[in-house]
Design a protein around this ligand. Sequence first.
Ligand code: NI
Length: 253
Amino acid sequence: MAVTGCQSTGKKKKKKEDEGAAVGTTGPTRPSDGRPWNDAGSLQLPRSVGTKPSYSSVSINRPYVALTFDDGPHATNTPRLLDILRSRNVKATFYVVGTNVKRYPHILKRMIAEGHEIGNHTVTHGNLTKMSPDQIRQELRTSHEAITAATGVPPKTMRPPYGAITASQKSWIRQEFGYPSILWNVDPEDWKKPGSSVVASRLVNGARPGGILLVHDIHSASIDAMPQTIDQLLAKGFQFVTVTQLIAMDGQQ
Ligand code: NI
């Protein structure tokens, strides 16, 4: 019997680790009334940490962006945000701080259950450029273990607090932890509390294909900005993916 052709990718194909199995598994079904809805939130998109030491955006022409939320979780703001994301099928990436991880493990579990991604943002949120390698190692390791203990899912990327990191730190962190350092290319400076409509317009006007958007879910006004931000970006044709899904598209046109 002749066996020809390429290997079939049949229905029973074993899932590779980098195929986002969790995405869309617990999301709601698409509403029939035409409300804003993120189609990419239901797609089984590949995940990757790429090969570069850091990313502040990726090079693509397709209108995908990653929405990232830093410094939480927050007891009330983050659950409210998760409701907003769920109602639009948007999957985001959360750079959580170690002290909050210990306080709100149930919120981290909810993030994972709803298809979001969690990254390492250290324990104490200090400036890495002022720390010794051993201090940084301890910050990242402790946070990595706390996130893994809370969710069962190890973080795959890290974000340096304040975006402060040297080229050599990026390089050895990538080697030792496997983490690319994730920065951003749209910053609405929401921590300066400019008001929710300003935050929304800065995000909407700044978004480009392959962009990484920075928001802080510890600020209530930033959560207030999310419905209009997401709905306007969806209306402009953007789709939301997680950071590792975005990195997997780097260089694809
Ligand atoms: Ni931060």
